[in-house]
Write a protein that binds this ligand. Structure first.
Ligand code: SF4
Length: 345
């Protein structure tokens, strides 16, 4: 076996040779209300290669879920993409998802077929008045030209693949009749029914019992490898990222403050916010003590972003007259390792 660092570099090289599936450049999604303008996502850039798993992490309100909603064009009311592009390279063509009509046929065709999403709470993905089979069959028939019998056979097969016991019987169950873990599996089955190129998982294990969490993560990881899908995992839990992801992007108040190959970021975090996050998960932060250290201070209100680096009121490395004046540019500090911090300018 290769030493860890060589193995990581080798893995990084392999992944970096895969073609890019999704290329997000300078994405900005704002919400407009009487209180003002909330810059939920503010100039974020990243890419996801085929077969790659990207984790997006940060505290609640950092913009990670709105990033996913922007990709699928399901941004809630009062929000809109104000800048940037979301390029999907698929079937020999490039489509800028940011430019599509969010209610139009083109994005509806892409949702579910090329990009699918699993949500935190399976109950929100299913209607309670139809069986899970009806709902999976409907997704299959929406995107594929198959008759009802063939769609049902495919639904049973995908339920079997996600580890649903007795799929021939469970297919006729209503969502409320399943346990939390089984509902999670049924939702993953529905998302994978049309073999999407990209699966977005938003806090995939938050709503399930701790004993089920490891099984769900294992399932997502196995299916991603088996199906050669790309994966985008949104979570506040760095342990989930370390379990599933090749690359990580850390967000703070709408900005992508650091991104790197996952193992590089866990071993060699650069941004003081990432360092703080890792210290709060001792087993992931190399050399950290077993004392859990919370990051000092709290996240400012969404309409009250500090001038300069938004993290400066909480930052132990704050440089007066610099950090509170200008926002740091993004700097490359290693292969594929980018950070926005005046310490590295
Ligand atoms: Fe801290 Fe300054 Fe870096 Fe912001 S730019 S993280 S305040 S050192």
């Amino acid at each position: 076996m290769l030493p860890a660092t060589e193995a990581n570099q080798s893995q990084g090289r392999l992944m970096s040779e895969n073609p890019v599936l999704l290329d997000v450049n300078n994405l900005s999604t704002y919400f407009f209300s009487r209180e003002g303008v909330l810059k939920a996502v503010d100039g974020v850039s990243f890419e996801i290669r085929r077969g790659e798993a990207l984790g997006i992490a940060g505290e609640s309100g950092c913009g990670k879920s709105v990033t996913a909603q922007s990709i699928l064009r399901i941004v809630p009311e009062h929000g809109r993409i104000v800048d940037g592009e979301i390029l999907l390279h698929e079937d020999g063509k490039t489509t800028d998802l940011a430019r599509l009509d969010w209610k139009g046929a083109e994005i509806r065709e892409i949702r579910g077929k090329q990009i699918a999403m699993v949500f935190q709470e399976p109950m929100s993905a299913f209607s309670m008045v139809y069986t899970i089979g009806n709902q999976i069959v409907e997704v299959i028939r929406l995107h594929q030209e198959v008759d009802a019998a063939e769609a049902r056979a495919r639904a049973i097969e995908i339920l079997r693949r996600v580890g649903m016991p007795k799929p021939e019987v469970t297919i006729d169950a209503y969502p409320f009749a399943l346990s939390g873990g089984m509902r999670q599996r049924a939702m993953i089955a529905m998302a994978l029914a049309c073999h999407p190129s990209l699966l977005i998982a938003d806090e995939p294990t938050t709503a399930v019992d701790v004993t089920i969490q490891a099984q769900v993560l294992e399932l997502i990881k196995d299916l991603q490898r088996e199906m050669g899908m790309s994966l985008m995992v949104i979570t506040h839990d760095l342990a989930v990222i370390s379990e599933l992801c090749d690359r990580v992007m850390i967000m703070y108040l709408g900005k992508d403050v650091e991104s790197a190959p996952a193992k590089e970021l866990f071993r060699n975090p650069k941004h003081p916010y990432t360092v703080g996050l890792l210290k709060s998960v001792p087993e992931l932060g190399e050399g950290s003590s077993q004392e859990i250290e919370a990051i000092a201070g709290s996240v400012p209100g969404p309409y009250d972003r500090p001038q300069g680096c938004h993290f400066h009121p909480r930052c132990p490395d704050f440089i007066p007259g610099v950090c509170d004046v200008t926002y740091p540019p993004q700097m490359e500090v290693g292969p594929g390792h980018r950070v926005r911090c005046h310490l590295y300018v």
